[in-house]
Design a protein around this ligand. Structure first.
Ligand code: HEM
Ligand SMILES: N[C@@H](CC(=O)c1ccccc1NC=O)C(=O)O
Length: 267
């Protein structure tokens, strides 16, 4: 039996008439959340707050995409994890590109409100550290270095530290494909076979490359962030209590997936 096609509702989208653009997007809350510390407000502080809030919103999206990619890899999938990672790559390019906006601020305009910021610093971005932990870079020292961290945020970080990472997800995919992954030499043997036979192992190779692209994007962000910081504060110490540029420089060579970089040397 065929079902009759329902007549289109000429008022489609107006039913109820309750939801508006600003209700849906919670704009009253969102646009009330830029509160400068300087009084009278320094002109560039609105830029500074806005840019950080935009970063945190994108960090939230990255965490959702990366968590889903991880979960699906743990379940043995390869297609959607790569799709999720490719969206992350595009967002990560936006994150790096956004530094151009901060660079329109002069150091003397930053200094007009910088003293109000200490001891706050990007060092205290919980979501940034969650992304690092989820990606596979789990350094529990960061948890201890947070001062005055609200219990809910500490819980989130502690959970990220113990839960499986993207790297664990990738190794689960390799194991399911029959590759031993218990020690580094076995893994390098697996990468070599996958690299040498992309016709057969295309989805695994593409997934590994998507992880490398994610890693590369964060490395580019770290490099860009050092330049952004040194352009503003030169060699001064940071508001978070570190040596500033020298500390950030020491983080530039950090990699999420060193084995996938080492693989290049072994091909
Ligand atoms: C005027 C612009 C900026 C300057 C001068 C600056 C400077 C610094 C400095 C000196 C540190 C080291 C910690 C400290 O002692 O304070 C730091 C860490 C950090 N900043 Fe920024 N920053 C700037 C903008 C940003 C922006 C826009 C973000 C985006 C969220 C950001 C995120 C971070 C993160 C995540 C860390 C921790 C890095 C790590 O430990 O690997 N920063 N920043
Ligand atoms: N750490 C920076 C200040 C800074 O950039 C900042 C301050 C408060 C909240 C976020 C920040 N962004 C990145 O570190 C400085 O030493 O000037």
């Amino acid at each position: 039996m065929t079902h009759p096609t329902p007549a289109p509702d000429p008022r489609f989208g107006e039913q109820g008439g309750l939801l508006t653009y600003s209700d849906y997007l919670r704009l009253a809350d969102l646009l009330a959340a830029q509160v400068p510390e300087s009084d009278p407000a320094s002109h560039d502080e609105l830029l500074f707050i806005t840019i950080h809030q935009v970063y945190e919103l994108w960090f939230k999206l990255l965490l959702a995409e990366l968590s889903d990619a991880r979960d699906r890899m743990l379940a043995g999938e390869t297609y959607l994890p790569r799709v999720r990672l490719e969206r992350c790559h595009v967002v990560e390019r936006v994150l790096v590109g956004q530094v151009d906006v901060i660079d329109t601020m002069t150091p003397q305009d930053f200094l007009a409100f910088r003293t109000k910021l200490a001891p706050a610093s990007g060092f205290q971005s919980v979501q940034f550290r969650e992304i690092e932990f989820l990606s596979g870079l789990k350094d529990p020292d960061f948890l201890h270095r947070f001062r005055r961290l609200p219990p809910t945020e500490r819980d989130r970080l502690e959970r990220r530290l113990v839960e499986p990472s993207l790297w664990d997800g990738f190794l689960a995919v390799l194991a399911r494909a029959g590759f031993p992954v218990g020690d580094a030499e076995a893994r390098f043997a697996a990468y070599a076979r996958i690299a040498a036979d992309r016709e057969r192992f295309g989805p695994l190779w593409d997934l590994a490359e998507a992880l490398v692209a994610h890693d590369q994007a964060f490395s580019l962000w770290r490099a860009r962030h050092v330049l952004m910081a040194e352009r503003q504060i030169g060699t001064k110490p940071g508001t978070g209590g570190s040596a500033g540029g020298a500390y950030l420089r020491s983080r530039v060579e950090t990699r999420f997936y060193p084995e996938l970089w080492e693989l290049r040397s072994r091909l």
